[in-house]
Write a protein that binds this ligand. Structure first.
Ligand SMILES: [Cu+2]
Length: 247
């Protein structure tokens, strides 16, 4: 008899506990799943997004092309930017391609420019294995008058077998995360938006993509799943407490 009673009592407390745990696990899975999807493509992290600021953009290449190692990374520079300085990388030769400007322009030191940097090509000395990542940095001046604008850096990743052309630009109202091969992007903010002097803010990691996320990198999905998980847990604890009092 006692055994049956205990079992029933256990069942009474166990079920809410199991449900609470399931909700918590569900919340957690959502969190991890959401974060993984966004951060597994070629993306940009920047030390500032402010219009007119000098910024170092770090392009992350987290994997190869369908399992094949990467031979070459070619980053196209958007028209709004005339000059870039690549950080050298010992594993690659670096080549900055230029094109003629329609009209001569002034560089940031006031010198006349007739050509602009249009593409930066990193050629691997030894291929980057599919299960390793690498980063490529470009130092540049963000355009003065581009606050609120999203700049896209179409990037072609050539592999031992095949290629991944990260060149897709979202249509109006579309989210880059919905695209298969989104072009790495950065959204320019108002000068001073970082709340500190342009150029000296701590690097935003990124993994990940900057436009779609809020200030603290938490997506609405992440917050929702954390709430669900926590509620589940609280429910389970209350049920447990009630179960004990009855028992
Ligand atoms: Cu990916």
């Amino acid at each position: 008899m006692t055994a049956i009673k205990n079992e029933k009592a256990h069942a009474k407390t166990a079920r809410p506990l199991a449900m609470g745990a399931a909700a918590a696990l569900g919340g957690l899975a959502l969190t991890i799943g959401g974060a993984d999807a966004a951060s597994a493509h070629v993306t940009i992290a920047s030390d500032t997004d402010e219009a007119g600021a000098y910024s170092v953009l770090t392009f992350s290449v987290p994997h190869g092309c369908d399992g094949s190692a990467t031979d070459k990374i070619a980053i196209q520079v958007p028209d709004e930017i005339d000059a870039v300085t690549p950080t050298r990388n010992p594993f690659y030769s670096v080549d900055v391609k230029t094109e003629k400007l329609d009209h001569p322009a002034k560089d940031s030191h006031g010198n006349e420019m007739t050509e602009r940097d249009s593409e930066v090509v990193y050629k691997a000395k030894t291929p980057l294995p599919d299960d390793q990542r690498d980063t490529f940095e470009l130092s540049l001046k963000l355009p003065d008058d581009a606050a609120g604008k999203t700049l896209h850096f179409p990037t072609v990743q050539t592999c031992e077998k095949g290629e991944s052309a990260w060149v897709q630009v979202p249509a109006q109202g579309q989210d880059a995360d919905d695209l298969e091969l989104p072009a790495p992007e950065i959204t320019i903010t108002e000068p001073g938006a970082d709340g500190e002097h342009p150029g000296d803010t701590a690097a935003k990691s990124a993994d990940v993509d900057t436009a779609a996320r809020g200030d603290d990198g938490q997506t609405p999905l992440t917050i929702a799943s954390l709430v669900v998980g926590t509620l589940g847990l609280i429910g389970a604890i209350i049920a447990l407490g009630r179960g004990r009092k009855k028992g």
